[in-house]
Design a protein around this ligand. Structure first.
Ligand code: FES
Length: 106
């Protein structure tokens, strides 16, 4: 089982189980985690699935590709640990991942 914890902007934490090879965005939507809109459905074309990756997980999650980097320019309050959650592929290596959702999307 792969667990992912989502913390919202107010500090409320929700831990849900994720399917291998799904994405951090899909896992949030499937489990009713608020704070991720995902308007484009995961096509890396909307920046409304923005999350902050917990510092301890940055190396394992890795850096965004150029297309995601460009799309992040449209996200609200972008920080060095910002990622688009539809571009983070879930694997067993990410069991225990913690991400925080921003105050608002887009
Ligand atoms: Fe649109 Fe991630 S869902 S960029």
């Amino acid at each position: 089982m792969i667990n992912i914890t989502y913390i919202d902007a107010k500090g409320t934490s929700r831990t849900v189980s994720a399917e291998d090879r799904s994405t951090v965005m899909e896992t949030a939507l499937k489990n009713g985690v608020p704070g991720i809109d995902a308007e484009c459905g995961g096509a890396c074309a909307c920046a409304t699935c923005h999350v902050y990756v917990d510092e301890a997980w940055l190396d394992k999650v890795g850096k965004p590709e150029q297309m995601e980097e460009d799309m992040l320019d449209f996200a609200f309050d972008v920080r060095p640990n910002s990622r688009l959650s539809c571009q983070i592929r879930v694997t067993s290596a990410l069991d225990g991942l913690v991400v925080t959702t921003p105050e608002k999307q887009g």
